[in-house]
Design a protein around this ligand. Structure first.
Ligand SMILES: C[S@@+](CC[C@H](N)C(=O)[O-])C[C@H]1O[C@@H](n2cnc3c(N)ncnc32)[C@H](O)[C@@H]1O
Length: 284
């Protein structure tokens, strides 16, 4: 697949299919481009490439109010030209995981795919155990997609996974959440952001910055990068994150960010960001 040839659409197959906003196409285009560049680019450098999806969904989604059905992140990763050697999908809703399993078996019956039912934070040990251990002469590189509905990611889960060679593509869904719950997060005692960032000192840094409320979203994205740096990941500045906005109201929804310990990964990522700048027309 050359950039721009990604077809996000699928036929309705009657299985469980959650609804998404039209902006999801931007997300899927980015994931498709990066998954392809990663899997092909790393094919000859690592013996095994593993794809991990912590918030996998059902494999298909439908754009609200339309009959347009989209491939979700698991199916995108399954259909890259140089397939990953192993796939690990975690999803907390059993009905969605069952639909995903049927779709994976239909599309790639030969794939080495593991399905983890439950909360990715509680099940992280099971997920780590499913990643093949690397050894001399058998190197293993993983790509983990982290796509929660809101800023519900848990830094401790990523810390645990970072014990292996693993890159993360994280959807920092802080746009609406950070705005709607600003007072609750900053002045209240909500632990949500502490858990996402892995610390509670962010509040002091936010106050010390004396910034405006409208800067909170950018601040959280930078804080998340700072937390990842503490695990040995390269700094991901804001201009290397892709900002996705809602189609209907043009409101900021989330940033999509790559976290890698390897500069080479950012060469691929920079191409993705370049192609990811408003090419919606390609898919209409
Ligand atoms: C935004 S959707 C992601 C969909 C998927 N990545 C895709 O591209 O279609 C988030 C999914 O994560 C699931 N989920 C929410 N919290 C979870 C958790 N703690 N562990 C695992 N799955 C979770 C939800 O049921 C939902 O299907």
């Amino acid at each position: 697949m050359a950039a721009g040839q990604f077809d996000p659409y699928v036929e309705d197959d009657g299985l469980a299919t959650p609804e998404v906003g039209g902006w999801a196409i931007d997300k899927y285009r980015l994931l498709a481009l990066y998954a392809e560049l990663f899997s092909t680019g790393m094919k000859n450098k690592w013996d095994r490439r593993v794809y991990v999806d912590l918030y996998a969904g059902a494999g298909h989604s439908r754009i609200y109010g339309t009959n347009k059905f989209l491939k979700g992140s698991p199916l995108i990763a399954l259909t890259v030209p140089d397939a990953f050697d192993k796939y690990i999908f975690c999803e907390e809703r059993p009905d969605l995981l069952a639909a995903l399993r049927s779709r994976v078996e239909r599309l790639r019956p030969d794939a080495d795919a593991a399905f983890v039912s439950g909360d990715c934070d509680s099940e992280v040990e099971q997920i780590v155990a499913l990643i093949p251990a690397g050894a001399a002469g058998r190197t293993v590189l993983s790509l983990c997609v982290v796509d929660p509905f809101d800023f519900g990611v848990r830094f401790e889960t990523l810390r645990r996974l970072s014990a292996v060679y693993i890159d993360f593509v994280v959807l920092l869904a802080i746009g609406m959440d950070a705005n709607r719950n600003y007072d609750h997060y900053v002045d209240g005692d909500s632990p949500k952001i502490d858990k996402a960032l892995g610390n509670s000192q962010w509040r002091d840094r936010w106050r010390a910055a004396g910034a405006q409320r409208r800067d909170f979203r950018r601040f959280l994205a930078e804080e998340f990068s700072r937390s990842m740096e503490s695990l040995g990941y390269l700094k991901t500045p804001l201009d290397r994150m892709k900002s996705v906005r809602s189609v209907e109201k043009n409101l900021p929804l989330y940033y999509i960010a790559l976290f890698s310990r390897n500069k080479r990964a950012f060469k691929f990522w920079d191409q993705v960001i370049e192609y990811g700048t408003d090419q919606r027309s390609l898919f209409n």
